[in-house]
Design a protein around this ligand. Structure first.
Ligand code: NDP
Length: 332
């Protein structure tokens, strides 16, 4: 069995040396345990926070244990009566070829979910992040302008499409012409801005002639500063992620237009998707329905091979993914 260990708590941008692939042997199963072969491994921006050695809302990774993340896998052996060999399951498992897990920590992936990788993206944690963040905190109303940053990613693509379903005008911010074309032409965003090209302030002003009612913030930093200048009275700002900050060695200067919250009687609220654990079924059921009706589309960027997991993870910070970033480790 190959497992990835963390070699250091990186300062600034992690490198390939931050990770070490280690050969280990798989222990015998005890009662209640299941041996899961990794099929897809999810790499997510939040994992950077777990590499800092500091506890936040979740424990940090430890240096002498495998890294963990969302996995969809297949049961290879089972000493839990609830799981049979061959079943497709999901859980928070090791960055490894195989994980021995307690059956209590595994969920069955429903047979109708195709491809099974969707359980890590649109029909999983990122999809639910978009669903609850936008609908519960944002409370979108028909005709409102919704701006989403990180728009071409796992969360952002779902945010924009749900906002369209709710009758909003959707403006996406993403990096590069391919992402812009995808969001506009395939996902039906009203306007998409390439923040890496041209003047962001001008482009935002042109794309939001009626101001911004909801800002779903996946990135923070200067992009969010520019959006804040345009918020409307009673705007809602959903603080979902701050990826622009995750690899900074020194914290940036704070938000530049925080006072806008005051003069616009606006609200900014952070959240963690696990706040909604008791409503997860609602989110997944609704997303499943929209997928079935063709109202939600999704893309995945898939890196082949466990040995390329660090590259896939680091690629998130270089914008190498459109939709969900995944590693394919083995076949179903
Ligand atoms: P994405 O699929 O969006 O991947 C990350 C994307 O971020 C990249 O593709 C890149 O797109 C963009 N990006 C990277 N670096 C920067 C930068 N410096 N400035 C601006 N954009 C950057 O990831 P997810 O959809 O999984 O996550 C999106 C955000 O939501 C993250 O911040 C994540 O931490 C957060 N999150 C929060 C959750 C919660 O519970 N609150 C749950 C899940 C995610 P581009 O090419 O456009 O730059």
């Amino acid at each position: 069995n190959r497992q990835y260990f963390l070699t250091e708590f990186p300062k600034g941008m992690p490198t390939e040396e931050t990770f070490r692939l280690v050969e280990t042997t798989t222990p015998e199963l005890e009662e209640g345990q299941v041996l899961v072969r990794t099929v897809y491994l999810s790499v997510d921006p939040y994992m950077r926070g777990r590499m800092s050695g500091v506890k936040t809302y979740i424990d940090p990774f430890t240096l002498d244990r495998p890294l963990t993340g969302g996995v969809v896998g297949q049961v290879e052996a089972s000493k839990d009566a609830n799981f049979e060999v061959g079943e497709i399951v999901a859980g928070l498992l090791d960055w490894a070829d195989y994980t021995v897990a307690s059956g209590k920590h595994l969920k069955k992936v429903p047979a109708f979910l195709k491809p099974v990788s969707a359980a890590l993206g649109v029909a999983g944690m990122p999809g639910c992040t978009a669903y609850f963040g936008l609908l519960d905190i944002g409370q979108p109303k028909e005709g409102e302008t919704v701006v989403v940053s990180g728009a071409a990613g796992a969360v952002g693509t779902v945010v924009g499409q749900i906002a369209k379903i709710k009758g909003c005008r959707v403006v996406g911010i993403a990096g590069g012409p391919d992402k812009v074309a995808y969001l506009r032409d395939e996902l039906g965003f009203d306007e998409v801005i390439d923040y890496k090209a041209g003047d962001l302030r001008e482009a935002l002003q042109a794309a939001c002639p009626n101001g911004v009612d909801i800002y779903f913030d996946n990135v923070g930093g200067t992009i969010s500063d520019e959006v804040m200048r345009l918020i409307n009275f009673h705007a809602r700002i959903i603080l979902c992620g701050q990826i622009a900050d995750y690899n900074l060695e020194k914290p940036e200067q704070g938000p530049r237009h925080f006072g806008q919250l005051l003069v616009k009687s606006a609200m900014a609220k952070g959240f963690i998707v696990s706040n909604y654990n008791d409503r997860m079924l609602e989110g997944i059921t609704q997303i499943g329905q929209w997928l079935g009706e063709g109202k939600l589309k999704f893309r995945e960027t898939i890196t082949e091979g466990l040995e390329n997991t660090p590259q896939a993870f680091l690629g998130l910070f270089r914008g190498e993914n459109t939709g969900k970033m995944l590693v394919k480790v083995s076949d179903v």
